[in-house]
Design a protein around this ligand. Structure first.
Ligand code: C2E
Ligand code: CA
Ligand code: CA
Length: 722
C-alpha cells in the first residue's frame, strides 16, 4: 500500500511543489508512515545525526519516540501527532527544542490534513522559531550581564500579587532564597523606615500611571547593614492600559552614593570649620530669593569680619589661627538658630544668612540688629586656644532684602560694603547697607584708576610750606604733595593719601616726593641764601615698613649729596601701632646715617613716654588742632606747654603747625615754642614761590640774625648725630 501511495504521490504535482518549499516537509499517511519528503527534509539539520537514508516508509511517530531530545519535547510531539492521527482534529502545532552543538534551536512542528487523490494524508512541516531563540538568547545575556553587573532582577505580577526575585535580589537584601519567600511585604520591611514613604509613593505612581518605576532608597539588609538602592522597572499593561506586571532591577549604589556625598561635601563645605562655603550659601540664597518674592518677606545677610585677625596669624603659627577660627565659627553657630545658614567665605570672613526674618521691614531690622548685637557680644568673650588667651572683636555689615532685590552676588557685595564701612569707622560694630555706600565705592574705584593714571601721567607735584624760626626766619620747609587732576584740577592730599596707602601706590608716589625733595636740597645747598634750609618730608607707615625703604633713602642721600641733618622725615604716632621693634630698627639705621625724624601731629595719637625716649627723634610737631583755639582755650595752652617741656627735657626740637594768627605765634613764643609753620607765615606753594618768599622774609631785619642762627642749627644737628 505504501508503494502504491508513494507512486501516486510521486506522480502528483506535490513532489515538485514541496521541493520548492524551503521548510522540511513530509507527507505522512494516517498510519503514521512517511510517504514523501522534500529535499529540505532530507537535509534538515535536526535529523542529520540520526543517519536516516530513506525516509519513505518510516513510522514517523516511532521515529520521534526514539529520537527526541528532551522528555518534554517527546511527549508533546507524539501526543500532538497522536491527536491528529486519531482524527480528533485536522490541524496541530507544537514547539520543540533541538540541541545542536551545545546550542538550543526551537522549531515549530505543524501537521495538517491534506487530501491527495481522494485519500487523506498529513502534511508535516518543521519551521525554525528564530524569535524564540532570540528571546532565550537575550534572556541568557541579560542574566549574565545582570550577574556581572550585580543587578538584582525582580518581577511582580500585580494580579497574582506574586513577586519573584532572582538570586542577586536576595544577595542584595541579605536574605536567603531558601528561608525567605520574596513578597511585597518583605520588600517593604527591608526598606529604611525614613525612605519607605517615598519608595512606596514612587511604586504606586508607576502602577497608577503606567510610567516607568524609578526610585532611590536605603534598605536595611538582613545583617543590619544599610545600603543605597537604585530601583527601576518597566510597567506592563493590559489592553485597557492597566498595569498588570512590573519587571525591574535593583542596583546597589552605596559606593557611588558615598563618593557622591564626599564630592558634595568637598564642593559645598569649608574643610576647616565644616561650615557651608559660599557656593552652598549662594544656592540657598537664590532659593530663598524665589520664596521671598512669593512671601514678600525680608531676609538678611550679615557679613562678619574679624578685626585685626592678621595679628593672630602674625604672632602665632597658622595652626593656632586655625583653632581660633574653628572656635569663632562655633560661637557664631551657637548664637543663631537652626534656620540660619552660616558660611565661611574665606579666612576670617563669615557670612550669616537669615531667611524670612519678618514681613515688616522695621521688625526685620530690629530683629537682625539684636542678632548682630548678640553676635558681637559672643565674639568678644575671651577665647583660649592652647593656653593662649585671645580677645577678638568683629565688624558686621548687614543687608536686608525682600522680593524686589537684586542678585545673590549683589547682596553679598552690599553686606561686604557695609562691613567695610564699620571697619573705617573704628570696627567692633555693625552697620546696615545703604545705597550711598555703593556710590562711594564706585567713586573710590574711579579714584583708584585715576591715581594709577596720575602716576603714569606725572600729575603729582610737590609744594613747599615754610617753617619759620622766631629768631632766624625761614629755616626750612615741609614738602606737601599736590595732585593736578586733568579734569578736577588741584586735589589736596587728605582726599587721596589714604587710598594711595591702601592700594600701595604710596610707595611709588612717596618715592617721587623723596626724590624731588632730595634733589631740591641739593639745589639749595648750592645757593648761599638757601643752603641752611632743611626739608621735612611726610612718610607713612606703609612706606617706612616697605622693604628697601632705608636703602632707597641712603641711595638718594648719596646721589644728591644731601648734607646730613637737612633731610627730616615726618612720621606719625600711628607708625608704632604695629611692630614697634622693626620700625625702631629702620629709624635707628637711618638716624645713624644722619637723617632726622620729626614726630608729626604730636598729641593726637597714643604717645607713650616710654617709646618717645627710645626713639631717635629730633623734633616734636605740635598738632594744629591744639593751635587752632590756643588763644581761647586754656587746656590747649596747657597741652602745648607740656609738649614744649617734654621736647626740652628730651632734647628735641619743637615746632607748632597750623599757625594762622599773630596771637597764636605770640602765645607759642611765650611758652617756649620758637618754630612755626602756618598760613600766618606762608601757605604751601610751588618751589619758586617758596624760594621767593624765603628770600623776601629772610632779607628783612630778622635775616641779619639768620646767618648766625643757621650756624647754630648746623651745630645742633651735628650734636644730634653724635
Ligand atoms: P600734615 O603732615 O599734618 O601736613 C600739614 C597740613 O596742614 C597740610 O595739609 C598743610 O597744607 C596744612 N596747613 C599748613 N598750615 C596750615 C594752617 O595754618 N592752617 C590749616 N588749617 N592748615 C594748615 P595738606 O597739604 O593738605 O596735607 C595733608 C596731609 O597729607 C598732611 O598732613 C600729610 O599727612 C599728608 N601728606 C601731604 N604730603 C604727603 C606726602 O608727600 N607723603 C605722605 N605720606 N603724606 C603726605
Ligand atoms: Ca607733616
Ligand atoms: Ca601735621
Amino acid at each position: 500500500m505504501n508503494q502504491i501511495c508513494l507512486k501516486a504521490l510521486q506522480a502528483s504535482q506535490y513532489t515538485e511543489v514541496i521541493d520548492l518549499l524551503s521548510n522540511p516537509i513530509a507527507i505522512v499517511d494516517y498510519n503514521g508512515v512517511i510517504q514523501l519528503v522534500n529535499n529540505s527534509w532530507k537535509n534538515f539539520a535536526c535529523f542529520k545525526r540520526y543517519n536516516v537514508n530513506n525516509w519513505v516508509g518510516l513510522d514517523y511517530l516511532k521515529f520521534h519516540q526514539q529520537n527526541e531530545q528532551t522528555a518534554s519535547s517527546q511527549t508533546s510531539i507524539t501526543q500532538t501527532l497522536g491527536k491528529i492521527l486519531s482524527k480528533d482534529v485536522d490541524y496541530v502545532q507544537v514547539e520543540y527544542k533541538c540541541e545542536e552543538k551545545g546550542c538550543s534551536h526551537f522549531f515549530q512542528l505543524s501537521a495538517n490534513k491534506v487530501r491527495i487523490n481522494h485519500t487523506d494524508y498529513l502534511m508535516v512541516s518543521h519551521e525554525q522559531v528564530l524569535a524564540k531563540e532570540e528571546l532565550i538568547k537575550s534572556q541568557q545575556r541579560l542574566k549574565i550581564a545582570a550577574n556581572a553587573a550585580q543587578i538584582g532582577i525582580w518581577d511582580y505580577d500585580l494580579k497574582q500579587q506574586a513577586l519573584h526575585w532572582d538570586n542577586w535580589m536576595f544577595k542584595l537584601y541579605g536574605l536567603s532564597p531558601d528561608k525567605t519567600q520574596a513578597t511585597y511585604q518583605i520588600w517593604k520591611n527591608s526598606v529604611h523606615p525614613e525612605d519607605l514613604a517615598h519608595a512606596v509613593r514612587d511604586f504606586n505612581k508607576a502602577v497608577s500611571t503606567g510610567e516607568n518605576f524609578d526610585s532611590e532608597f536605603r534598605i536595611i539588609r538582613g545583617d543590619g547593614e544599610i545600603r543605597h538602592i537604585q530601583a527601576s522597572a518597566k510597567v506592563i499593561t493590559d489592553k485597557q492600559k492597566l498595569a498588570i506586571r512590573l519587571i525591574g532591577s535593583n542596583i546597589d549604589i552605596t559606593q557611588s552614593k558615598k563618593s557622591e556625598n564626599k564630592i558634595y561635601e568637598l564642593a559645598n563645605f569649608d574643610h576647616l570649620t565644616k561650615l557651608p562655603n559660599t557656593r552652598l550659601l549662594k544656592d540657598r540664597l537664590s532659593q530663598s530669593l524665589v520664596l521671598n518674592r512669593k512671601l514678600r518677606s525680608f531676609s538678611s545677610l550679615l557679613f562678619v569680619d574679624c578685626d585685626h585677625f592678621k595679628t593672630v596669624n602674625d604672632l602665632y603659627d597658622h595652626n593656632i589661627g586655625d583653632h581660633v577660627l574653628v572656635k569663632l565659627a562655633d560661637r557664631i553657630k551657637d548664637s543663631l538658630n537652626a534656620e540660619a545658614t552660616i558660611c565661611r567665605q574665606a579666612g576670617d570672613k563669615f557670612i550669616v544668612f537669615l531667611p524670612h526674618v519678618s514681613n515688616e521691614k522695621v521688625d526685620a531690622m530690629g530683629l537682625v540688629k539684636s542678632i548682630g548685637r548678640k553676635l558681637l557680644h559672643k565674639i568678644q568673650q575671651p577665647l583660649k586656644v592652647k593656653g593662649i588667651n585671645f580677645k577678638l572683636t568683629a565688624s558686621i555689615g548687614i543687608t536686608l532684602f525682600n522680593g524686589a532685590n537684586p542678585s545673590t552676588e549683589e547682596l553679598l557685595k552690599q553686606a561686604e560694603l557695609a562691613m567695610y564701612k564699620v571697619k573705617e569707622s573704628g570696627r567692633n560694630n555693625m552697620s546696615f547697607y545703604d545705597p550711598q555706600m555703593q556710590t562711594e565705592i564706585i567713586q573710590r574705584k574711579q579714584m583708584e584708576t585715576d591715581l594709577e593714571q596720575a602716576i603714569i601721567n606725572d600729575e603729582f607735584n610737590v609744594f613747599y610750606q615754610a617753617q619759620v624760626s622766631a629768631e632766624y626766619g625761614v629755616t626750612g620747609a615741609e614738602a606737601l604733595l599736590r595732585w593736578f587732576h586733568p579734569k578736577k584740577g588741584l586735589i589736596y592730599p587728605d582726599s587721596f593719601i589714604p587710598l594711595l596707602e591702601e592700594t600701595g601706590l604710596i610707595i611709588t608716589v612717596g618715592e617721587k616726593v623723596l626724590h624731588d625733595g632730595c634733589k631740591k636740597l641739593q639745589q639749595w645747598s648750592r645757593t648761599p641764601e638757601f643752603k641752611a634750609l632743611t626739608l621735612s618730608i611726610n612718610v607713612s607707615a606703609v612706606q617706612l615698613r616697605h622693604e628697601g625703604f632705608s636703602d632707597y633713602i641712603k641711595q638718594l642721600v648719596t646721589q644728591f649729596q644731601v648734607q646730613p641733618g637737612k633731610l627730616k622725615l615726618e612720621i606719625t604716632e600711628s607708625i608704632f601701632i604695629e611692630n614697634i621693634n622693626a620700625t625702631c630698627a629702620i629709624m635707628n639705621d637711618l638716624a645713624s646715617y644722619g637723617v632726622l625724624f620729626s614726630l608729626d601731629d604730636f598729641g593726637t595719637g597714643f604717645s607713650s613716654l616710654c617709646y618717645l625716649k627710645s626713639l631717635p627723634l629730633a623734633q616734636l610737631k605740635i598738632d594744629k588742632s591744639f593751635i587752632k583755639d590756643l588763644s581761647i582755650n586754656n587746656s590747649d595752652i596747657a597741652i602745648s606747654q607740656t609738649i614744649v617741656n617734654l621736647a626740652n627735657s628730651l632734647q628735641f626740637d619743637v615746632i607748632a603747625e597750623g599757625v594762622e594768627f599773630a596771637e597764636q605765634k605770640e602765645l607759642l613764643q611765650q611758652i617756649g615754642c620758637n618754630n612755626y609753620q602756618g598760613y600766618y607765615f606762608h601757605r604751601p606753594a610751588e618751589e619758586d614761590k617758596f624760594e621767593a618768599f624765603t628770600l623776601a622774609y629772610n632779607s628783612n631785619s630778622i635775616a641779619n640774625k639768620s646767618a648766625q642762627g643757621n650756624l647754630e642749627i648746623d651745630n645742633k644737628n651735628a650734636r644730634l648725630r653724635a
